[in-house]
Design a protein. Structure first.
Length: 154
């Protein structure tokens, strides 16, 4: 069996991050928004540009040399209400064939460890309502709701 490990992402990993992230976009938008996948993909590219232009963390979970998932966090984005420093999990995804095996939990734990090492006192994130797998992952990891973003079709 090949060992799995976490490592920092490099510029050479950008194509994997783009492909893996785009493959998970359907779970990133609530059903009532009816956003077409091409629009989600464009906005995911915008998110990547924002993340990589700021102080950030980018980690990969690999099996041998093969990446299986990634996590991206912004380090210089304080909480919008309190102004307190935090790391903000901008996006995390695992290759579809490897989901349900605890890899998301390993990525999250690795991201938390590195954010803590860099001095972040909190890690914040948003999760799409109804994305049961992600909601369960974050709940098991000890995350609690601070605020809720509400939306309504008009």
């Amino acid at each position: 069996m090949i060992e799995q490990s976490l490592r920092p992402a490099t510029l050479e990993d950008r194509a994997f991050i783009e492909r893996c992230g785009c493959a998970s976009l359907a779970s990133s938008s609530p059903p009532f928004r009816l956003a077409p996948l091409p629009l989600l993909a464009v906005n995911f590219q915008r998110l990547l540009e924002v993340v990589f232009a700021r102080e950030h963390l980018a980690i990969l979970l690999c099996e041998g040399e093969m990446p299986l998932g990634f996590a991206l966090a912004i380090l210089d984005l304080p909480d919008e209400v309190s102004g307190l420093p935090q790391a903000f999990l901008a996006y995390m995804a695992v290759e579809e064939a490897y989901r349900g095996r605890g890899l998301g939990a390993r990525l999250l734990a690795g991201l938390e460890e590195e954010a803590r090492r860099r001095g972040a006192p909190y890690l914040a994130l948003m999760v799409t309502e109804g994305n049961a797998a992600a909601e369960a992952l974050y709940e098991r990891a000890g995350y609690r709701t601070e605020r809720r973003l509400l939306g309504k079709p008009l």
